[in-house]
Ligand binder design. Sequence first.
Ligand SMILES: Cc1cc2nc3c(=O)[nH]c(=O)nc-3n(C[C@H](O)[C@H](O)[C@H](O)COP(=O)(O)O)c2cc1C
Length: 214
Amino acid sequence: MNRPNSVLILFAHPALEKSRVNRQLIRAVSDLASVTIHDLYEAYPNFHINVAYEQDLLRSHDIIVFHHPFYWYSSPALLKEWQDLVLEHGFAYGHNGIALQGKKLLSAITTGGSKETYCRQGHNYFTIGELLAPFQQTANLCGMQYLPPFVVNGTHQFRDPHHIATHAKDYRTIITALRDNQLPWNDLQPSLPLNQQLHVISSSFAPQEASPHV
Ligand SMILES: Cc1cc2nc3c(=O)[nH]c(=O)nc-3n(C[C@H](O)[C@H](O)[C@H](O)COP(=O)(O)O)c2cc1C
């Protein structure tokens, strides 16, 4: 196997103590080698972001994950503040702003609304892909490749803990495949969430590391 990619998960959940879903997703990837989990609300409860530290973290990782619950069709506020401060001109874009070029960006989100509500006939009208456009275009501007997202819909309806555990297992499979350069890019549909394409991923990839109990 080639050198594994280093993965930086920028995790933003303002009320982790109340989380049912994201807490399990994070737990499922917490022991993976070459994967750094950076809990932004834990690091910066007062929103005083250490820009130089964050930029160093970005420089030293190949794949960046924005992992958060969907809040008002976007990210919780701290991740937006992080973007505003960390993705500086001259670092992330603009003249000499090449620090992120060639890296990959993945959005990993959970939504209270069901999959069916995110379409023209549904009450959220827009698709998840459309609503994630600002993240996609941010990646484009920074010279990064924006990956099909990891999306867990309908968290408000989750009753069975096994349901959440299945999503956590899928998240681990995807992060591991990304880390190990095992995603079959040519066979993936860019507009479909990665976790709806697991059959393609699984057929070309057998995870090396067993999943912990989640
Ligand atoms: C302030 C706030 C805004 C939210 N906005 C949305 C939204 O725009 N779309 C949606 O589907 N769910 C929305 N939700 C629901 C959350 O996405 C959902 O509670 C979360 O994904 C559950 O994950 P957790 O168990 O880890 O907290 C919102 C929740 C809160 C508290």
